[in-house]
Design a protein around this ligand. Sequence first.
Ligand code: MN3
Length: 300
Amino acid sequence: MILKLNKLAIELPLPDEPDPDGAAAVQELLGGRFGEMSTFMNYTFQSFNFRGAEDAKPYFDLISNISAEEYGHVELVSTAVNAMLTGASDQSEVNGDVGTPLADAKSARLSHHYIVSGQAALVANSLGQPWQGDYVFNSGDLVLDLLHNFFLECGARAHKIRVYEMTDHPSARQMIGYLLVRGGVHQLAYAKALEQLTGVEVPKMLDIPQIPNDKFPETRQWQEKGLHRILYRFSPDAYEDAGQVWTGQHPIEGDELEFVDGPPEGAPRPELPAEPAIGVPGFHPGEIGELAAKLMARTR
Ligand code: MN3
C-alpha cells in the first residue's frame, strides 16, 4: 500500500508567463519512454513481482524505496507542466459570448493540452503519444533488472538535459535542477547494487551523459543541501535495509552517502488557478466553490 502526502517534493514557482510549447517538451520527462511514469512503474512492478525478496532484502528494499520516491517525481513534473500552461488561454474573453479564447492553441505543439485536458499534464510524451505499459522492463533476473534501471536513469538524465536546453521557464528549470540531483542518486544506487552483485565497478561510468550536475545552476541549491548523497526511506516501518547498498563515498563528490529515515520535507503544492476560458474546473466561476462550502458547513 502507499501513503499519500498532500505535498510537492519541492516548492515550484508559478510565474506570470506561460510557456505552452515548453510544457509540450516537458511532457517527455513525464510520459516518455525515459520519463518519470516509466521510472515509477518500472520500480513499482519490479517491487510487486520480486520473488525471493527475503534473501535479497537490501535490493528489494532499495527498489521499493526508489519506486515510492518516483511517485512524487511524476507529481512534480505534472505540476511543472500545469504551471507552464497556467494563463495560456485568453482570459479576456471569459465574460459575454463565447469567442475564440483558444485561438493560440491552434498552433500549439500539443493541442491535447487544450482539447483533451484542462490545460494540464497528459500521461503522454512530447509528441502526445500515450505512455505505454511495455516501457516497463521486468525480467525477474535481479542483475538484468538493475542493469536496465541503471540504463533507464542514464536515458532519463539525457532527456532532462535536452529539455533543460529547450526552455528557460522557471518552473521547468527548478523541477529539472532538482530531478537531475535526485535522478543522480538513483543512477548511483543501481550502479552500486550492480557492483556489489557482480564486482563490476559500474559507479566509475558516471556521469552519463558526461556533463556534471554543477554545470546546471539550478542543481547547486540541492547539492549544497547534500541531496546528491541522500537516499530516502519511504516507509515508517519497512525497507530499512536499502542502507546496506547506499553506503560508502560518493564517487564524484567524495562525501559520505546517507540513508535518511522518512521522505523529503516537501513543500505546499502551488495553488493552480481556475482557467475559466476553457471551463476549468467549471463553466460558471465560483459555482463549485459555493457548493463545496455548503457541504463543508454541513459536515463540520
Ligand atoms: Mn525520478
